[in-house]
Design a binder for this molecule. Structure first.
Ligand code: EPZ
Length: 424
């Protein structure tokens, strides 16, 4: 297993390209099940979760360019010879987003067997809302042996008016994909508005789907008989971009992020500007500078888009551990997304937890320590804090980081961070 050795104190300078968005690439890869011909995706990042999804599609009988063996500009996903509409436990247990194949399999093949995703470090994370909505479209379910065995009505799924009690990103994506080939019209009420949902919708439209209401909380899909293959470029990763900005906030320096999806980062950019960073947008270049000094304490509450994203909560908290004053960080999306707090405190952070609220009192400095990653964004949070800590930190279980970032350590090293990867 790998570990990262991080030595704090080096400012970040230079330019780095923001990679493709993991959370757009995952539904887009699942969407490859829908069209009659191959789907070609461009700008796919090379990271663990996409490798898992690629392997899952291969397990089903699909033919996927093995982009994870080395970066490919163009990844072809040909699912026309799908033989097994199944997502087995050994693949699903490592990635909850495997549930994204459920809607496309039911829509295209009328059946699916998907292992129920277990919980994960940040919470129970059921898919009850996905199943309820698919039931309203006529799907029948049998839960056996930890698997969801689903079948669509003989004539195919039926359009329905589906209301999500709370916003669900992959739930919205699953139903939107299922609805593209359903008989009739589907309306998703209280739909997720995340940019990655919109990116998925745009790709489906390029395949011939009829979708309106993109980016709003009410998405309407008029079912069509079939979809065709297309080529689509995945949007840039707003969370990777936000993570790199957080690194500048603690290490200081001046960085240009090229290809950043600035228009989908308003809530994040606002918080970092409030904390004192200089942020200048020039087209798709995001110039971020913070010349020394200490960030101002800023509070944040995670909310569905366009609110402050839960996927930036841990990274933002790492910055606030060094801010002037007290920051109140409230996590409203997941019930247990403070796994990074205990580890941040090992570096000397002053954080008190009260349920879903973290009270972060800025300290003068942090000191390096051995650290253990617990989940994807917690790993990023610990790297950010370690970039500011005096001395060396050692982050183990880096596989959590590699699930969701395409060489974050490499990008930081390119900007001057003293961070190296070694075998544990
Ligand atoms: C997506 O997860 C993202 N993953 C997550 O990013 C992100 O944190 C999350 O949305 C919220 O923005 C992908 O897009 C692949 P939800 P998802 O369904 O869709 C509960 C990362 O770090 N819920 O919006 O799984 C759920 O437990 C990852 O990149 C139900 O109760 O999240 C959670 O508390 C982490 N029943 C809340 O809703 C359901 O059927 C929001 O979950 C579905 C969800």
């Amino acid at each position: 297993m790998d570990r990262l050795v991080i030595e704090g104190g080096s400012p970040l300078r230079g330019e780095v390209k923001v990679g493709g968005a993991k959370n757009a690439a995952l539904p887009l890869m699942a969407a490859s099940i829908l069209p009659q011909g191959p789907l070609v995706l461009q700008n796919l990042p090379t990271l663990g979760d996409l490798k898992t999804m690629g392997r899952l599609l291969g397990f089903m009988g699909g033919n996927v360019t093995p982009f994870w063996e080395g970066t490919c500009e163009r990844v072809e996903l040909d699912m026309s010879k799908l033989t097994r509409p199944e997502a087995p436990h050994e693949l699903v247990k490592t990635m909850r987003a495997s549930a994204l194949v459920l809607g496309p399999l039911l829509a295209r093949y009328g059946r699916a067997k998907v292992s129920l995703p277990g919980g994960c470090a940040i919470g129970v994370r059921p898919i009850d809302m996905h199943l309820k909505a698919l039931k309203e479209m006529g799907a029948l379910f049998d839960l056996s042996g930890g698997d969801v065995v689903a079948t669509a009505p003989t004539g195919g799924l039926l359009g329905a008016r589906v209301h999500f009690e709370t916003v669900t990103v992959t739930g919205t994506e699953n139903i939107m994909m299922a609805a593209t080939l359903a008989k009739g019209t589907t309306t998703i009420v209280n739909a997720a508005r995340e940019p990655e949902v919109s990116d998925t919708a745009r790709a489906l439209i390029a395949m011939g789907a009829k979708i309106t209401g993109i980016g709003t909380d009410e998405i309407t899909v008029e079912g069509v008989d079939s979809l065709k293959g297309t080529t689509y470029t995945v949007m840039a990763d707003r969370i990777e971009a936000g993570t790199l900005i957080a690194a500048v906030a603690v290490a200081g320096g001046q960085v240009t992020l090229t290809g950043a999806p600035c228009s989908s980062m308003e809530a994040v950019l606002e918080k970092f500007a409030e904390a004192g960073l200089n942020i200048l947008i020039e087209g798709d270049k995001l110039n971020v500078s913070f010349e020394g000094g200490t960030p101002k304490a800023v509070s944040a509450t995670t909310l569905p888009y366009p609110g402050f994203p839960t996927d930036m909560q841990a990274q933002f908290m790492a910055v606030m551990t060094l801010a002037q004053g007290v920051s109140i960080i409230t996590e409203t999306i997941f019930e247990n997304r403070f796994m990074h707090v205990a580890e941040l405190k090992r570096l000397g952070a002053d954080i008190t937890l009260e349920g879903r609220v973290a009270v972060v009192k800025g300290v003068k400095g942090l000191s390096g320590a051995p650290l253990t990653a617990s989940d994807l964004r917690a790993s990023a949070s610990l790297i950010i804090a370690a970039l500011a800590a005096k001395g060396k930190s050692f982050l183990s279980r880096v596989y959590h980081l590699d699930r969701g970032y395409d060489s974050l350590d490499g990008k930081l090293r390119q900007l001057g961070a003293k961070i190296k990867r070694e075998k544990e």
